[in-house]
Ligand binder design. Structure first.
Ligand code: SF4
Ligand code: SF4
Ligand code: FES
Length: 478
């Protein structure tokens, strides 16, 4: 830590931080556009201007090193005038688009214009007008809103490892465009739109879907792979609209990949809302007794899947199934990727389960593999198989034992199962996932489940309760 002065007051700040962040941490604010904590400094936007004592010229804060004795002024008339000048230039050609712009309500340009702008423009000429273009399979650029901060170009080069975008022409004519004539098709088009500080880069999937202030937000964790990126969920009328990045600087989490970001439709559509028996909707009171009598007569029971479930659900399932006093095998790893996940790109892994590590840590695993469970089931030594939010494993022969699938959505396995049980999705409950690095991260409930819908753990609790209730009745009758 070092001591610096901000507007005459002394503060202890971390010298390893960028000055913008160091100042923010002690409750002061320096506006910025091009600075991003995960990207290299370029000093392009000139929004972060400050005075440094002993230095005659106004300076950019983002590339000023934090060191002992530094004394900066962020609130003088000179700084105010300099920032107003920057805003006036940035807005000279910027259209008055806020009422129709998707970024409105979460736009740095709006915020900085409000806090540091002049509120009036002296620009009297017609504004430059360049037509909107599609630059990615899921990405549009509205050139008129671009402030040439270069974040998009840097993000692609530094993080994605591709250079699809470039800055062409100069000055008034500057344009961000495609370096080649092929549309961007990488896994980070949503992230490009996210890091753009204005409404220049637009994500087609959420375009014009909702104003951002209508959303109810919750802290969540991406469900898409074992990286466990931190998200903020945006829900409106109990429908999931968006996942947005929730920065976690300690863990270096600043972005989301498209696979995780856009994996939301399953929460809103095609949900399993009733119990099913052989693909036909039924009631729990009809199917639970069938499962109970199977548990009673079973030699061996297997519970597979569960790496989409929270740690809390998994530990209750383990606890409840122990109460049955039967041999119960649990195995959360249904894919090879769950045994040794590989990194697909800088963020995403090939293990599409958010909680494989949590399941392993809890002991929700067996000494064998799924194929062993399949052959034991087919031989008849396992007579009851629970499958939690996974497909029924290949090779399982029907008529050999009872297959009970717990699912959030209507899938082929739900139709093939002897019994299907509807369960809450992760977004309808709180809990935690443990990511590939062993970091246990909590998530909040974002949506309301259908009334009476059980979590996977509730269903196993109910089975235990029913089993013990039957025993009590017998004792009472004797
Ligand atoms: S498109 Fe957005 S991120 Fe890219 S340079 Fe323009 S304002 Fe910056
Ligand atoms: S990398 Fe994984 S956890 Fe992160 S957003 Fe993508 S799918 Fe989700
Ligand atoms: S944030 Fe410092 S110049 Fe852009």
């Amino acid at each position: 830590m070092v001591t610096i002065k901000i507007d005459g007051k002394e503060f202890q700040v971390d010298e390893n931080k960028n000055l913008i962040d160091a100042v923010k941490e002690v409750g002061e604010d320096i506006p910025y556009f091009c600075y991003h904590p995960a990207l290299k400094i370029v000093g392009m936007c000139r929004m972060c201007l400050i005075e440094i004592e002993g230095n005659p010229k106004i300076q950019a804060a983002c590339n000023t090193p934090v060191k002992e004795g530094l004394s900066i002024i962020t609130k003088s008339n000179r700084v105010k005038e300099a920032r107003e000048g920057t805003m006036e230039f940035l807005l000279a050609n910027h259209p008055l688009d806020c009422p129709v712009c998707d970024k409105a309500g979460e736009c740095d340009l709006q915020d900085n214009s409000f806090s540091s702008g002049k509120g009036a423009s002296r620009f009297e000429f017609p504004k430059r007008n360049v037509p909107q273009e599609q630059i990615g399979e899921n990405l549009l650029i509205n050139h008129n809103r671009c402030i040439v901060c270069y974040r998009c170009v840097r993000f692609e080069e530094e993080k994605v490892g591709e250079s699809n975008l470039g800055l062409f022409e100069r000055g008034y004519h500057s344009l961000i465009g495609l370096a080649n004539n092929t549309l961007i098709n990488h896994n980070y088009q949503g992230a490009l739109s996210d890091i753009c500080p204005t409404g220049a880069l637009l994500n087609k999937k959420t375009l014009f879907k909702s104003r951002v202030w209508w959303y109810k937000t919750a802290k969540s964790i991406c469900h898409g792979c074992s990286t466990g990126c931190n998200t903020e969920t945006n829900v409106r009328d109990n429908r999931m609209y968006r996942y947005m990045t929730r920065e976690n600087r300690e863990l270096g989490m600043y972005f989301l990949c498209d696979k995780g970001r856009f994996d939301i439709d399953w929460l809103n559509e095609n949900r399993l809302q009733t119990y099913q028996e052989k693909g036909i909707p039924t009631e729990s009171t009809k199917v639970v007794p069938t499962i109970i009598s199977k548990i009673k007569s079973a030699n061996k029971i297997a519970i597979i899947g569960g790496a989409h479930e929270s740690n809390e659900n998994l530990s209750i399932i383990l606890e409840e199934s122990k109460k049955w006093k039967k041999t119960v095998i649990t195995e959360a790893r249904v894919d090879n990727s769950q045994y040794s996940a590989k990194q697909i790109d800088f963020l995403m892994t090939d293990d599409s389960h958010p909680n494989t590590k949590g399941a392993v840590d809890l002991g929700f695993v067996s000494t064998g593999k799924i194929s062993d469970i399949v052959s034991e089931f087919n031989k008849g030594s396992i007579d009851l198989l629970f499958v939690i939010k996974e497909s029924i494993p290949e090779g399982i022969q029907s008529g050999k034992g009872l297959v009970v699938v717990l699912q959030t959505n209507i899938t082929a396995s739900v139709k093939d199962a002897d019994i299907a049980v509807p369960i809450k999705a992760f977004a309808e409950q709180s809990g935690s996932f443990t990511n590939k690095n062993g970091v246990k991260q909590d998530f909040e409930a974002s949506m309301n489940p259908i009334l009476g819908m059980p979590a996977s753990s509730d269903f196993f609790r109910r089975l235990s309760l029913e089993l013990s209730r039957k025993e009590e009745v017998l004792v009472g009758n004797n």
